[in-house]
Each structure stands twice: as C-alpha cells, then as structure tokens.
Design a protein around this ligand. Structure first.
Ligand SMILES: Cc1cc2nc3c(=O)[nH]c(=O)nc-3n(C[C@H](O)[C@H](O)[C@H](O)COP(=O)(O)O)c2cc1C
Length: 209
C-alpha cells in the first residue's frame, strides 16, 4: 500500500472482529514499530502483547471504568460545538463505548511502554521517544488491513494494569493498541484544512497555497 494512502486512511477502528490475528502479523507490525526514531537512538521501548482472555477481561473492565469517568466529567459535551461537531462527537462517543464493551474480544491488546532514565522529566517531549513507534505500528497494521486505535483510558487504572502484566512501576505505559480485523471500512477522517494550521516564517503568516 502507498504510504500516503495508509496515512490518510488510518482511522481509529474500534469495532473489531474476534477473529484471530496470527503471531506472524503481530511480529510484522512490531518490527515496523522498532524502526522508529527515538532520542539518541536509545530505543528505550518495550511492547507487551496481551492475548490471555482473563487478562483482557480485567483490562476491559478498567478501561470501561476509565471511559465512564471521562464521560461523567462532561467530556465532549461542550456547548460551543456546531451541530456537525456535536454529531461527530456523539459518533465518537458511541464507537468508544462499543470498544469499551467489546475490548476483551479484541484478539490482541498491545501496550507500548517507555523506560525513562532516572530523573527524567515528564514534559510533553517525554512521549517523543515512543509515539513515533506507536504510529509506525498503527500504519503497518493499516497496511495489513488490521484495525487499531491509540487508547489511553486504561491509565485511570495504570497501577493495576502494570501489576497485572508485571510492568515495573517506573516504566511508562504510553498507549494501549487493541488490534484486530475491522468490521467497518477504512476511510479518511475529518481534519482541519492544512492552511489553517500552517504558518510561513512567522506565527500567523498563512501560506499562499
Ligand atoms: C493521545 C491519544 C489518546 C487517545 N485515547 C483514546 C482512547 O483512550 N480511546 C479511544 O477510543 N480513542 C482514543 N484516541 C483516538 C482519538 O479519539 C481519535 O484518533 C480521534 O478522534 C480522531 O479519529 P480518527 O483516528 O478515527 O481519525 C486517542 C488518540 C490520541 C492521539
């Protein structure tokens, strides 16, 4: 698949079939992940592939609780949304709920972890040594026809997840990717126009193109 097509059609695919995903494919997408850049080429990442049914069930429970808490906080219910934006937010909410309700049925859950050096600060740049690998993983999955979603809502129960999977407490779980064969079709997601988010030479100076 052309890389631009894979990028453009990499949607969050939350409705997944329970059909198995062979180890060879899991290995392939993880191999794409570890070709990513990392600060100083330290490659301080680790990936925990969860297939065990009981472990997936417990993670799904914690994930559902995370979604429940997020929704209870009023997430996505901003009064300033246009009717189109509100409808899109409602679609995302419904599909997020579906993923939460069916997460244990996803054939694979992949935790993408980062080992921070002692004393490292937790600012926004911390993630830059793991999210390129996460994106590579998802793009490779897209090229294989596998659906993924970058999720973080399990982090309401991060300590419990780490204990369940034996992940040391000083390791950061950057994302959990449920992966499987999608029920729906891939397509392009809504994005702001490029011109709205690009400046030339100075902030605010929009391009002529
Ligand atoms: C940092 C980050 C965290 C996210 N966490 C979740 C999550 O916990 N659950 C979920 O269903 N989607 C999650 N998403 C997916 C976004 O909701 C999704 O990418 C966005 O709505 C755009 O939709 P699209 O990927 O289908 O184009 C997350 C995305 C990012 C980048």
């Amino acid at each position: 698949m052309d890389v631009y097509e894979a990028i453009a059609t990499l949607r969050s695919m939350r409705r997944l079939k329970p059909d198995p995903v062979p180890d060879a494919l899991v290995k392939r997408v993880l191999d794409a992940a570890i070709h990513a850049a990392s600060g100083g080429n330290m490659q301080n990442w680790a990936f925990v592939v969860v297939r065990d049914a009981e472990k997936k069930r417990r993670i799904a429970e914690w994930y559902s609780d995370g979604l429940r808490r997020l929704m209870a906080s009023g997430y996505g219910q901003r009064p300033d949304l246009s009717p189109e934006q509100a409808a899109a937010a409602e679609r995302t909410r419904r599909s997020a709920q579906y993923l939460a309700d069916h997460m244990a049925e996803a054939p694979v859950l992949i935790f993408c972890c980062l080992m921070l050096p002692p004393g490292a600060s937790g600012d926004v740049r911390t993630g830059s040594s793991i999210y390129p690998a996460v994106q590579n993983l998802m793009l490779a999955a897209r090229a294989e026809g596998l659906g993924t979603t970058l999720t973080t809502l399990y982090s309401f129960h991060d300590d419990e997840v780490k204990d369940l999977l034996g992940i040391p407490r000083n390791v950061v779980t950057a994302a959990m990717i449920p992966m499987g064969w999608p029920m729906g079709r891939f397509g392009e997601g809504p994005r702001k126009p490029l011109r709205e988010v690009t400046y030339i030479d100075s902030w605010g100076n929009s391009p002529a193109w």
